[in-house]
Design a protein around this ligand. Structure first.
Ligand code: SAH
Length: 396
């Protein structure tokens, strides 16, 4: 058991925590204090009243996370086990699905422990540690996981160097070593997954519902442009849904072989698809010059990206990105616009859409809206955790 440190926080933070805000914001603490990563804090309001217990784990968002409001609750193996078992229970439908074998088991503060993410890939668990602090609980969290589930193997990603970046390492933890690619299923499609090959495993699980919608309702007989395509997950679903052709564009060289692999494991003929390694902004120019147009254009840029020629920030440049897309979208075509930028919400995102269509003199309707799927459980009092926004826009 580790020591618990009594610590007074500002009235503002005390009130937030009492309401259920899970994050320990830095400015709620007095400057001279800088407790060690992984310390358990007994948080008190300025008059010394107990508010809750949290742990120190510095991330860009704050200095740590609230764990319990119960003064008698110990932060030990059984605490973690209770949280993990509760999270597992909520994902029961995923565990019993034969169609989908990759999903999020534990989503940080949404499941009661900020900084801890656990994903499931067909019998393997992947734990992502977002601070030194949470990593310091590794042994008891592993014991808690083992007491809750049976597994083939456990892998981890340490994401706590200075800016929450991935720490390069052998990511194997225990159990059986996987043979990669591991083939998982998502709504009947397949994905090749690599748990021990750097920061990325090959697919972003949070777009599952969007991919299914693209496949089931929007692809048949359509030409599809997938920009910022990474491993081509959207393209796979579009092709599986009967798209006449998909075009995937990403500037990372690896995206070519990675995308080809995802098509292959799904039995999709890559000769029928285009996979292009190019800067998306150059591709838009090229497409315009060649008078190309598409029935569906998918936009899923990172929040911030700098390439040799361009800098893109989704908060500043999304309207312009939409304008480029509108220019090459057929009449009555669909633009799937996605962003994972947590600094603005859906309302603001829609103003980007409004502006872009106004400028291009075309009308539009929003046909569908998506946020995180339900295995990505969020805390109602931590809006930044609910980062995903996706719109299906019909361009008239
Ligand atoms: N849409 C993908 C995830 C995108 S991740 C999916 O569904 O899986 C962001 C991708 O954008 C990365 O693969 C990165 O290489 C690519 N990227 C960033 N800036 C780019 C640019 N200017 N042109 C093309 N690709 C870019």
């Amino acid at each position: 058991m580790r020591n618990e440190l009594d610590i007074k926080v500002t009235e503002a933070l005390a009130q937030d925590l009492q309401k259920g805000v899970p994050i320990l914001m830095k400015d709620g603490f007095h400057e001279k204090e800088s407790p060690e990563e992984g310390s358990i804090l007994k948080l008190q309001n300025p008059s010394g009243k107990f508010i809750g217990k949290g742990y120190v784990g510095k991330q860009n968002k704050g200095i740590g996370w609230l764990l319990t409001k119960n003064e008698n609750e110990k932060i030990d193996k059984s605490f973690f086990q209770k949280k993990i078992e509760m999270a597992i229970q909520l994902r029961n439908d995923f565990y019993t699905s034969t169609d989908t074998t990759a999903f999020r088991v534990f989503n940080g503060e949404g499941d009661g422990i900020g900084g801890l993410i656990i994903d499931y890939f067909d019998g393997f668990y992947l734990i992502s540690w977002y601070s030194e602090g949470i990593y310091s609980f590794k042994d008891i969290i592993l014991e808690a996981l083992e007491a809750s589930v049976s597994y083939r193997g456990v892998y981890e990603k340490k994401r706590f160097d200075t800016k929450g970046q991935y720490v390069e390492d052998d990511d194997f933890v225990k159990g059986e070593r996987g043979e990669f690619p591991l083939i998982v299923k998502e709504n009947g499609q397949k994905f090749a997954i690599y748990l021990n090959d750097g920061a990325m495993v090959g697919v972003f699980l949070d777009q599952r519902d969007v991919r299914k919608t693209i496949r089931d309702n929007y692809s048949k007989g359509k030409t599809v442009l997938n920009t910022f395509s990474y491993t081509g997950a959207f393209s796979v679903f579009a092709a599986a849904g009967g798209a006449t052709k998909t075009t995937s564009v990403d500037l990372a060289k690896r995206s070519l072989s990675k995308t080809a692999e995802q098509f292959e494991v799904n039995g999709i003929d890559i000769e029928e698809q285009d996979i292009i390694v190019m800067d998306v902004f150059d591709y838009f120019k090229y497409a315009k010059r060649k008078e190309l147009s598409f029935d569906m254009v998918i936009l899923d840029p990172p929040s911030f990206a700098r390439s040799k020629k361009y800098t893109f920030s989704s908060a500043k440049d999304y309207t312009k990105l939409l304008l480029d897309a509108i220019n090459i979208t057929e009449k009555n075509g669909v633009i799937v616009a996605s962003t994972n930028n947590a600094t603005f919400g859906m309302k603001k995102f829609k103003t980007f859409v409004e502006k872009a269509f106004k400028e291009s003199n075309r009308n539009y309707t929003i046909e569908e809206e998506f946020s995180l799927p339900n295995d990505f459980k969020t805390s109602p009092l931590f809006k930044e955790g609910n980062y995903l926004k996706v719109l299906f826009i019909r361009a008239k």
